[in-house]
Design a binder for this molecule. Structure first.
Ligand SMILES: [Zn+2]
Length: 466
């Protein structure tokens, strides 16, 4: 029910209101873990010896007296337990800045750092019930009929704010509550189970990144020309994609490998995805959807690329990212060259003039105003720029890719628009040329190579020639 896997509802009792000068006298924590199937609730509380006297007015309010805390553990004694309970959780409190600030200072006095994503239930109440009178805990308790065991004691109040949130999910539309919580948590939006510096630790350079959950195999492998920006994007889009939502829940750590450039990142991603089969990988699905096209006459045919032999690339068109993009390309050709969408197989109408003909935008093979041979001759010309060109070398070729800072050079070896491997030095290159691994057609690789080749930006050199 909760939008993130772990929340800790926290309340503190203190000797006063200054996180700097006052001390904690009691900590109550209700930790709620949601594994997607079931909610687990763990409660913990302890009196804390503040090591300073509690003012009488505060004793009267909370019922916590100097005598009660005299034999209680100090904060340093319970710090490890508190830390463990809050680990990986969103920190939830009423007027969260107060409780969060006290805990941060308490840890700081032990020379330990503490940070968490913070959800304030005052803000949550304001966001969901902007017209309500008051958002103090007493107002919420009355308005939402929240059962209270021990008001003004830490665990009693922590239970009350958990009951408040639990009740929201019972009484309101869950996606509305989720959206309000996410909005408040927006900054920073890193999944709480990741270390806070997980993004900052990534280089702003090309490479591949691997997301790991609890298993030794990665959940996801991706590539980017800017690792830091791309990884951050997975967690900062309000979890619009289903995959990113799942990744946010399951991710436990991030690894990365740098490459010299974009091409190297794409090639490395292709190799890793094939070898590791990550559970949530789009790259694999992307390849399953991709294809090439064949055409002799009439309508071009889409051929799914997975399993296509590299020899099949001769006399083929594309590659296309998907059947939909293949059809889109054909429609664009129709519009540009006054071709007939029905004869090209992208319009289903049964007889008579095709739709474009009715607007005088088809030369009219559909109604006999143009011969099929003439139409096909125009199709051949229109398709020509999409033809996969013959491999321009006698044997294997390589592309040298250097990083912007010049510190890294990758040498990628190809043959017939297919990838053979990447060498980081002469020995590796010699090895690749002597014993080339079997190359397989990968539509992503071929598409990227051809895009550069057609733009005159692929510096392909024959292997063995300096
Ligand atoms: Zn037509």
């Amino acid at each position: 029910m909760l939008p993130l896997p772990a929340f800790a509802f926290v309340d503190l009792e203190t000797t006063g209101t200054s996180a700097q000068g006052d001390r904690i006298t009691e900590i109550g924590i209700v930790r709620v873990d949601d594994d997607g199937a079931r909610v687990h609730v763990t409660e913990w509380s302890s009196l804390v010896d503040p090591e300073v006297p509690i003012p009488p007015a505060i004793q009267a309010l909370t019922g916590i007296t100097n005598a009660m805390v005299a034999s209680a553990p100090s904060f340093s004694t319970v710090a490890n337990d508190v830390r463990a309970l809050l680990d990986g959780c969103v920190f939830v409190a009423h007027n969260a800045r107060f409780d969060y600030g006290f805990l941060k200072h308490a840890f700081a006095r032990l020379e330990r750092s503490f940070s968490a994503r913070v959800l304030c239930t005052v803000r949550l109440s304001r966001r969901l019930f902007p017209d309500a009178d008051g958002h103090g805990l007493d107002a919420l308790i009355v308005r939402h009929a929240i059962p209270v065991s021990e008001r003004h004691r830490a665990l009693g109040d922590a239970r009350a704010i958990w009951s408040f949130v639990e009740g929201l999910y019972r009484d309101q539309a869950a996606d509305r509550v989720d959206a309000a919580i996410r909005r408040i948590l927006r900054v920073p939006s890193l999944p709480p189970q990741l270390p806070p510096d997980a993004i900052d630790a990534l280089p702003e350079s090309p490479g591949v990144y691997l997301f790991y959950g609890d298993n030794p195999l990665p959940l996801y492998v991706g590539k980017s020309i800017d690792l830091r920006e791309r990884v951050a994007a997975h967690f900062s889009q309000d979890w619009r994609s289903e995959t990113d939502l799942r990744l946010s829940r399951e991710i436990r750590r991030i690894e990365h490998e740098r490459t010299a450039g974009e091409l190297g990142a794409l090639l490395r991603e292709a190799v890793l995805v094939k070898a590791l089969m990550p559970a949530h990988n789009r790259a694999l699905r992307r390849k399953e959807e991709a294809g090439i096209a064949r055409w002799r006459e009439g309508a071009p045919k889409f051929v799914p690329a997975l399993g296509v032999d590299r020899d099949a690339l001769a006399d083929a068109y594309g590659p296309f990212a998907s059947r939909a993009s293949f059809r889109g390309a054909l429609r664009a050709l129709c519009a540009e060259h006054r071709l007939c969408a029905r004869r090209l197989g992208v319009e289903r109408s049964a007889g008579g003039p095709c739709f474009a003909r009715q607007l005088h935008r088809c030369n009219g093979v559909c109604i006999g105003s143009e011969s099929p041979q003439d139409h096909d001759a125009r199709v051949a010309a229109a398709l020509a720029p999409l033809a996969i060109p013959a491999w321009p070398l006698a044997g294997a070729g390589y592309v040298r890719e250097a990083s912007d800072d010049g510190e890294r050079v990758d040498v990628h070896v190809f043959r017939d628009w297919c990838f053979a491997g990447t060498a980081r030095n002469d020995a590796e290159l010699a090895e690749l040329v002597e014993c080339p691994p079997r190359t397989a057609f990968d539509p992503d690789v071929t598409r990227l190579l051809l895009r550069r080749y057609r733009a005159g930006k692929l510096e392909l050199r024959p292997v063995g020639v300096a």
